[in-house]
Write a protein that binds this ligand. Structure first.
Ligand code: HEM
Length: 138
């Protein structure tokens, strides 16, 4: 019985020998997802676009550095900027339920753009959803 496939447990067991960072395609995979995400914000979400500076290059860079470490790759954000303290850093912005939903919607579209599916998709959806809801502050 134990050897049967488990079709209802789609999340792979990520760990030191099986990193989500590698599953997403390493550095270029992380970079690609962040670019797709901010392109979607630019094109799809007035609410989120208006929260960001008109030149979003620095925002893209920060999210790329953060996700690299968060997915098990190089800790680029921490090396450069210290502890992320994400909730605190989002306090100046009105992260309402609507903003959480918009963030997750744009990230979902970005994952579609990058054709992220299967177990990795399931894993990322759960983690993004958890973190985005933790950021809500209004
Ligand atoms: C829940 C809805 C969210 C909203 C509305 C939101 C909005 C923002 C805004 C407006 C900024 C400032 C950008 C800048 O300084 O250029 C920011 C920064 C950032 N966000 Fe979010 N965010 C959300 C969720 C998340 C989530 C889920 C993550 C991680 C998975 C994340 C990671 C970051 C990082 C790493 C920064 C840069 C922090 C810094 O160094 O200042 N955010 N976010």
């Amino acid at each position: 019985m134990a050897d049967l496939p488990r079709p209802h447990d789609p999340s792979p067991a990520y760990g030191p020998d099986n990193l989500p960072y590698d599953a997403i395609g390493g550095d270029s995979g992380v970079r690609g997802l962040v670019e797709a995400f901010y392109d979607r914000i630019r094109d799809e979400s007035t609410l989120l676009r208006d929260m960001h500076p008109p030149d979003d290059r620095e925002s893209r860079e920060k999210l790329y550095e953060f996700l690299s470490g968060w997915l098990g790759g190089p800790q680029l954000y921490i090396e450069k900027r210290g502890h992320p303290r994400l909730r605190m850093r989002h306090m100046p912005f009105a992260v309402s339920q609507e903003a959480v939903d918009e963030w997750l919607r744009c990230m979902g579209l970005a994952m579609d753009d990058r054709e992220i599916s299967g177990g990795l998709r399931h894993f990322l959806e759960q983690r993004f959803s958890h973190t985005a809801n933790f950021m809500r502050n209004r």
